[in-house]
Design a protein around this ligand. Sequence first.
Ligand SMILES: [Zn+2]
Ligand SMILES: [Zn+2]
Length: 414
Amino acid sequence: MKAAVYEGPRTVTVKDVPDAKVEHPGDILVKITTANICGSDLHMYEGRTSFETGRTLGHENLGQVVEVGKAVSKVKVGDWVVLPFNIACGFCKQCEQGLTNYCLTMQPQPDMAGAAYGFAEMGPYQGGQAELLRVPYGDFNALRLGEDAPERQLDYVMLADIFPTGYHATEMAGVKPGDQTLVYGAGPVGLMAAYSAILRGAGRVWVADHQPDRLRLAEEIGAIAINTAEQDPAEVVKEATLGLGADNGCECVGYQAHDPQGNEDATLTMNGLIDSVRFTGGIGVVGVFLPEDPGGDEAQGGLEAQGKVPLDFGLLWFKGQHIGTGQAPVKRYNRALRDLIAGGKAEPSFLVSHELSLDEASAAYEHFDNRDDGWTKVVLHPDGRSRRASTAKRGSRSVGGSSHPTVQELRREA
Ligand SMILES: [Zn+2]
Ligand SMILES: [Zn+2]
């Protein structure tokens, strides 16, 4: 089968690799029709992680089941499924509490938790930027989709990661109806956090970034754009809130945060949020931070290389703020968010800028990594077919602004 293989910093090649197959009775085999490139793939692409050469990337995957293991009873061949990027067993101490993001048994390293497809330090699993994907414990991990799945893949594929991840940021931050929320980062996850905050009834949502094309999308969904090349988010937010600050904030950038001139500063977003959020406010951090950064700047005494971020902790404590961190437990949210899509209340495909065949993965990585203008979210189709004509761009992009009478077509699950 063909797959997008990591071959070293800034080198992804599409080549033939051995076919994925059912290896365990609980596995399912999925023919991938839609696989996204994620911002977190770029950390690996740039050689800023321990990701091994020769491995296949891709943790945002959707497709059709082509084979099931002997122990699989719910999922059937022919089902359309979207796979949470977290790979979880369903029976460990963490999974029993819904913490599928920190599953203990799918991660082979004894002092680690959590597994994912095609991801550094998240187990040996291959990614889905390929023609086939092996999905462990298919009954537990696969979310089945309704009859509208083939036509609406660009919406449903966002359930693999970025929609639940953005939603998780707002959950950890405690966004409530009427809240005023500041989101740092207008990349796909930041936009999904802003979109989720609006879905949750936030009164006002600001999105801070310095990329004009991304800020335009933020404005299209009803958020207020703050261009950090021109304005300080803390000043903007305080001025609009009688000096109090935002009720809550979402960090959707991560350790490779940089100023408009391109200088990396891992403290930029966190300290910006501590400054911008009011006393006792919440901050949800879903941007990636790592315990080690092989490409970290040695100039600051090697702090970045050791995964250390000098936080304004005194101010955080003084303001009585609380922070939630880490990867999203996708399964906690994906079923409800699927039904918002099916019911026409959410249309996360608004951020897809490019649909390409798998063969075009090398160029896609290059453009996305360069933050080339307009390359906000790239979707690969290993079966070579585009869904753009029948999915996104159907007019209104506002939350709940369109209606698709497909909710009754959903295959309801107990
Ligand atoms: Zn992702
Ligand atoms: Zn588990």
